[in-house]
Design a protein. Structure first.
Length: 326
């Protein structure tokens, strides 16, 4: 069990080794048990986490804020637009100054080509851990909750399990590509054969794909890319289907919308889920475009685990905070 996590940042999914991720999830299960038994677990008494948001959130804000309170500390909710960042506070200053006020700095910054750099620069100048609440490249805390949920539903021995990470159509907005990128990086390390499905224009970043292939090779598992949702879902144990923007192909909003519109048929519906194994689970990080990205029948159906996934954000993040900020 690797426990040397004190003071560490969690920005990219591979920042923690496989053994360290296992430690995080072991602690997360313990914290989940403690919470249901109403056992005190105030490991972060008097500690304060800054939560700096450049983008909206429901689950991430709620779970980090509740998690800090349950650990005996406090979380300060800070929206970038209410700060002096737009009037000149530099990233270095945020790292230096928040690092002196707070015991951890959590940041959500999803702007394409900007977010990850902002987190890394903050971390460079911060004396306390920087935690990624989602950037343009990674969503590591979502991915930890996803893995925790998969362990709960499918057991820890995932060798031979087929996980499909599929693009799905959505019309609400161009969603970040951080969730599929985190999944293809992290899940092969835990023994799953990963199949990534997307229309050709919805490629992930080449450097992420290269790392994902290397992780799959190291773990001795499969990692395939297909451009057909039905083909991907056939025989799957885990169907994780969500939308993301064609950001690697174009950052032009109008062109992106035109490309996206071509693939309206990429919806997760009951007919498609029937292609998967009978006990396959359906996963989505939420928010979802209901009846566009996924039908009500699937997301509210017996195979859906979306609420367990959302709940596990709380437990997984509490584990990360207790281990890095304690
Ligand atoms: N899944 C997720 O990160 O949800 P929010 O955007 O609501 O935080």
């Amino acid at each position: 069990m690797q426990t040397y996590l004190h003071g560490r940042d969690l920005i990219g999914d591979l920042d923690f080794s496989k053994e360290e991720v296992e430690t995080v999830l072991d602690v997360a299960f313990d914290l989940k048990r403690k919470r249901v038994l109403n056992e005190s677990h105030a490991y972060l008494r008097d500690k304060v986490l800054a939560m700096l948001f450049f983008f909206s959130s429901t689950r991430t804000r709620g779970s980090f804020e509740a998690g800090m309170a349950q650990l005996g500390g406090h979380a300060a909710f800070i929206e970038s637009k209410t700060t002096q960042i737009s009037h000149g506070d530099t990233t270095k200053e945020i790292g230096e100054i928040f690092g002196r006020y707070f015991d951890g700095i959590a940041i959500r910054h999803c702007d394409w080509g900007v977010g990850n750099g902002y987190l890394n620069t903050t971390a460079e100048y911060s004396r306390v851990p920087v935690l990624n609440m989602q950037c343009d490249i990674y969503h590591p805390h979502q991915c930890l909750a996803d893995l925790m949920t998969i362990w709960e539903k499918k057991g820890r021995n995932l060798k031979g399990k087929k996980m499909v990470v599929s693009w799905a159509y959505a019309s609400s907005y161009s969603k970040p590509i951080s969730v599929p990128q985190s999944l293809v990086l992290q899940m092969p390390r835990f023994g799953m054969d990963v199949v990534l499905a997307h229309p050709p224009e919805f490629k992930l970043m080449p450097e992420i794909m290269e790392q994902a292939r290397a992780e799959a090779k190291k773990a001795g598992v499969g990692f395939d890319v297909v451009h057909d949702m039905d083909e991907a879902i056939k025989g799957a144990d885990i169907v994780y289907a969500k939308s993301w923007g064609p950001l690697v192909t174009t950052t032009d909003v109008e062109e992106g919308a035109k490309i996206t519109k071509k693939y309206e048929s990429w919806i997760t519906n009951e007919k498609r889920m029937k292609l998967a194994k009978e006990d396959a689970i359906y996963m989505h990080p939420l928010p979802a475009d209901r009846n566009v990205e996924v039908t009500d029948a699937v997301i509210d159906g017996p195979n859906s685990v979306v609420y367990d996934q959302a709940e596990n954000r709380l437990h997984a993040q509490k584990a990360v905070m207790a281990l890095t900020m304690g």
